[in-house]
Write a protein that binds this ligand. Structure first.
Ligand SMILES: Cc1ncc(COP(=O)(O)O)c(C=O)c1O
Length: 454
């Protein structure tokens, strides 16, 4: 039996209406898509409705959602508490073109939770949040250069689209490069690239550009690259280097805010000067925010002497704010402990399924974030992920499609994440589907990537 054909034909048979919609979408959206991450071949499954941790597609198929809009829906779909807050907001108004109480209610809630944030400003995405965090560092220090880490993803603005794909050269310093021809090369003068988890490479840049560096930005946990945590020594060292060289330390906690009530920084006890957040703080709506100490953020005080004109038509949208308060309040310590333990259960189950199928594969996990890797090797840096992907043929693609066939909606790059409505039996259902998928794919593994057969 041709396993690829079998997986594809069952996918096609279940998703006829998605196929039709994909054809219609291509008439007005390039390739039928408005978001690279959600597209896959032969066509993406169009969803029609969601409730709790379940999704229903336009053909009536049901799925357990382990994608949760790329970790932003930490309470799953249409959580009653979040929906009630949205209804309240709708009764007030959508947005006023004036300040609203909901704006500082959410800011206050976040500031009480996140050690590094005393004052914050809203944006409409995590992308904009990291862009503004970098700008804040440049404004505050009156210097130009930002040091970013190889393999870190901070969204899609020009200053962030540098070395997202990690350098494979193995040299002490990564070769800086823009991700696309549309990113101005001149930004390589303003963004310098160090190695993640390598303090020496950061110090080298701080020495080389002494007096010119405004900030160091890092993810405390590389998310898109494959759930790869920074070591505590690295993050402590960054704090120490930032203080020694008089530069601002920026943590991108757009994804990691879900890991504790105060994000990674609270768990680690390392307080950055500026923090970028997003995703879960919008209760399902578009959002980002960046914040820091009163002193750093005073540059955004409209009545202050710096008086920087930061604006945005939809910043602090009333519905987003109200939904955000509900989402953050619902994510208390008990809820986080529960999703973390379900994350551990999922990790154990996936690792066990790979072992049982006799296929080399493993997961990395932090809290409720789990990533599947098709390798028996160690995953300690983003380069490891790029390398296994090069050697895994099209296995991750067919794994993703076959899981869809079996009612499990994950990301096509291997990320699974837990939402608060999930139960142990939901996780067990996913583990069973993954086990069956791997067993079915074993001959394909033997044919296209025999090094992965144990
Ligand atoms: C660590 C990190 N920073 C920033 C962003 C960008 O956020 P957004 O997609 O809301 O622009 C993301 C998105 O996944 C992210 O993972």
């Amino acid at each position: 039996m041709d396993i690829r054909k079998d997986i594809l034909s069952r996918f096609e048979a279940r998703t006829g209406r998605s196929r039709t919609l994909d054809g219609q979408a291509k008439l007005s959206l390039p390739g039928g898509d408005t978001r690279w991450a959600t597209y896959y071949l032969p066509w993406p499954t169009y969803m029609a409705s969601g409730s709790g941790c379940r999704l229903r597609d336009v053909d009536g198929n049901e799925y357990l959602d382990f994608l949760n809009n790329y970790t932003s829906l930490v309470h799953g779909h249409r959580h009653p508490g979040v929906m009630e807050a949205i209804r309240q907001a709708l009764d007030e108004d959508l947005i006023f073109g004036a300040p609203a109480e909901s704006q500082f209610r959410l800011a206050d809630l976040i500031a009480r939770r996140m050690p590094g944030i005393k004052r914050l400003r809203y944006t409409n995405s995590g992308t904009e949040a990291t862009m503004m965090a970098m700008r804040a560092a440049r404004m505050f220090t009156k210097r130009q250069i930002i040091i970013k880490m190889d393999g870190c993803y901070h969204g899609s603005h020009d200053f962030a689209e540098i070395n997202i794909t990690p350098d494979l050269s193995g040299q002490a310093m990564p070769t800086p490069k823009t991700e696309a021809v549309g990113i101005p090369e001149c930004l390589l003068d303003a963004v310098k690239v160090a190695r993640f988890n390598d303090l020496g490479s950061v110090e080298r840049l701080l020495e080389e550009y002494k007096g010119k560096v405004a900030g160091i930005i890092t993810e405390p946990l590389q998310n898109q690259a494959g759930i790869i945590p920074a070591s505590i020594e690295f993050l402590r060292g960054l704090r120490e280097l930032a203080d020694r060289y008089g530069v601002l330390l920026i943590f991108d906690e757009v994804v990691t805010f879900r890991l504790s009530t105060g994000g990674s920084q609270k768990i680690l006890g390392i307080i950055p000067d500026i923090t970028a957040i997003g995703k879960i703080i919008g209760g399902g709506f578009a959002i980002g925010a960046f914040g820091g100490s009163e002193e750093v953020m005073s540059i955004f005080d409209p009545a202050g002497s710096a008086g920087y004109h930061h604006s945005g038509t939809f910043n602090g949208h009333n519905v987003t704010m109200r939904a955000g308060v509900a989402s953050v309040e619902l994510l208390d310590e008990g809820a986080i402990a529960r999703i973390d333990s379900l994350g551990a259960r999922l990790q154990e189950g996936i690792d066990g399924a790979f072992r049982k199928a006799g296929i080399a594969g493993r997961t990395t996990r932090v809290g409720s974030l789990v990533y599947t890797h098709w390798t028996a090797g160690k995953i300690t840096e983003s380069k490891d992920v790029v390398l296994w992907k090069k050697n895994a043929a099209d296995l991750p693609r067919f794994f993703h499609l076959e899981l869809l066939n079996r009612g499990i909606f994950g990301s096509n790059r291997g990320l699974f994440n837990i939402s608060t409505p999930m139960s142990e039996s939901d996780v067990d259902q996913a583990i069973a589907a993954i086990g069956e998928t791997l067993a079915a794919m074993k001959p394909l593994v033997a044919e296209s990537a025999p090094h992965l057969v144990l």
